[in-house]
Design a binder for this molecule. Structure first.
Ligand code: ADP
Ligand code: MG
Length: 483
């Protein structure tokens, strides 16, 4: 579901683009189709969040210029949709060889100025943030969960950038609510605490010159407090307390699924805060649209601001996180050991950190140097638990993520090369990394025939020999999948 404005915006900018392309009557129609395709590929929420403000700059020789209103948007679109834009344009117009994504004004009247800097807390008559509300509502923040200690890599750079933005300028237009989602142990709570730290540390002032009040709590805590308030007949106070903060953060919102009364209360608090220009930050394990079980109107509102996901970590990010951690405690852990851990423990950063801590503690206790051998010994049980076989589903997920296509396209009938090629790579990796038979693999890819799988394996092998960068991609995927 998209906010109401999306269609208007979309149509509006397509029209203005057309006016600015004299001599290219087809160009605006092509641009409309490119946008339409991109929207159906990435989904409404993502499109609305990111791509809605694109405008067509024009065509110069074989180069198309696409403009975005801010550097932030430009960088994001360039890194995450650049390839798709290129491919879609080339499919649409044979002349196009390159898409240049730039910062620039849209057509006049498009209203795409850099978001104005927003006061940390809008002055409000009669409102006074009581320090009590802050201390009572907020939960202690983890001192380790700061921005300084958050290692940024490809899988989390966007979520990190959004979190930074909110920490700098709460209630910034377009970033309210900030919705962070991702699997367990990928850094959602860390980022939320980091925002809270930053806001309270900055010495920014909210209403009446009081420090910005930030309330952070898990959805579970939110529910317990709500229930306790009902019991003690103090729901009014509870509501007022929550509504008096400048920034409200609710962690692990998925907990509210099926808790109808609490959800209702959250919804009202949410609306009241957003309407009075306060910042909301929410985390969950799924995107708003995938949180089935949450009421439609809640999901819709949650998806209206900035939705940022924390992707599964990459090997590189895991190594960087371990390095940062080792550096922090100045422990002598050889790089080989860090790489080994990053290969073995892939699912969750919390576990990865746990393993490293244990290794360091053990080395300290026994005064032994950390080596690959001692690591294997000390972490025997953890490593064994992670020594699982890679599944076809995992392969499909990783490959789809890598090439930015949908997981469902692994079994769809679509034959476009941008989909078919990754699908072939996934089949190839399934053959290489699992013990499944060809017919079995075919079945898992939308009931395809075993000859299709065979062909895919051959084709990928050939291509790897011909194209070094393609071979690198496949090798990288293999390394990520192999534990
Ligand atoms: P989530 O809330 O998504 O389940 P957490 O925020 O609790 O995950 O993160 C789990 C652990 O991993 C925490 O100790 C956190 O500090 C650490 N962590 C996660 N992401 C990063 C990162 N990018 N850099 C450093 N540490 C991280
Ligand atoms: Mg968490």
């Amino acid at each position: 579901m998209v906010a109401d404005g999306a269609n208007i915006d979309r149509d509006g900018s397509v029209m203005t683009t057309g006016q600015r392309s004299p001599g290219e009557p087809l160009l605006s129609a092509q641009w409309a189709r490119v946008r339409g395709r991109l929207q159906s590929e990435v989904g409404d929420v993502e499109y609305h969040t990111w791509l809605r403000q694109m405008s067509l700059g024009g065509i110069d020789g074989d180069e198309i210029t696409v403009r975005l209103p801010t550097r932030f948007l430009r960088d994001w679109v360039r890194t995450h949709y650049g390839d798709r834009l290129n491919a879609l344009w080339q499919a649409e117009n044979r002349r196009v060889r390159r898409v240049d994504i730039r910062v620039g004004d849209g057509a006049p009247g498009e209203g795409v100025a850099e978001p104005a800097s927003i006061a940390v807390s809008p002055p409000q008559a009669g409102g006074h943030a009581s320090p009590d509300a802050r201390t009572e509502t907020a939960v202690a923040l983890d001192p380790r969960f700061t921005f300084e200690q958050f290692v940024v890599g490809k899988p989390n750079e966007f979520a990190h950038a959004c979190a930074r933005r909110v920490a700098e300028r709460p209630a910034c237009v377009g970033f309210n609510p900030l919705f962070l989602y991702g699997g367990v142990g990928l850094g959602k709570t860390h980022l939320m605490h980091a925002i809270a730290w930053e806001l309270t540390r900055n010495g920014d002032t909210g209403r009446g010159g009081a420090p910005v009040s930030v309330a952070y709590m898990s959805a579970e805590k939110f529910m317990y407090r709500f229930i306790a308030a009902i019991r003690s007949q103090s729901t009014m106070e509870f509501k007022e307390q929550l509504r008096s903060v400048d920034v409200l953060m609710i962690d692990d919102l998925q907990f509210l699924i099926g808790k109808d009364a609490t959800q209702e209360e959250f919804f009202h608090t949410f609306n009241a805060l957003v309407d009075s220009g306060k910042q909301i930050v929410v985390s969950a394990d799924k995107s708003p649209s995938d949180l089935s079980g949450l009421e439609e109107r809640v999901r819709t509102r949650l998806g209206c601001g900035m939705v940022a996901d924390l992707h599964a970590t990459t090997f590189e990010l895991r190594v960087s996180i371990l390095e940062a951690k080792v550096h922090l405690v100045s422990a002598p852990v050889p790089p080989k050991v860090l790489e080994f851990l990053a290969h073995k423990i892939t699912s969750n950063i919390r576990e990865l950190e746990g393993a490293l801590n244990r290794l360091i503690a053990h080395a300290n206790l026994f005064g032994r140097a950390i080596t690959l051998e001692s690591t294997q010994e000390v972490l025997h049980d953890i490593l064994k638990a992670h020594d699982r076989r890679v599944t076809i589903e995992e392969i499909q997920r990783k490959v789809a993520e890598h090439w930015n296509i949908r997981l469902t396209d692994m079994s769809s009938a679509r034959r476009a090369r941008n989909v078919a090629r990754p699908r072939q790579v996934a089949m190839y990796l399934a053959k290489q990394l699992t013990s499944r038979s060809l017919p079995d693999i075919g079945r898992r890819f939308g009931n395809r025939d075993h000859t299709t799988v065979m062909h895919a394996v051959q084709r990928v092998t050939e291509l790897m020999a011909l194209d070094a960068s393609f071979a690198d991609d496949v090798e990288l995927l293999r390394r990520m999948l192999e534990s």
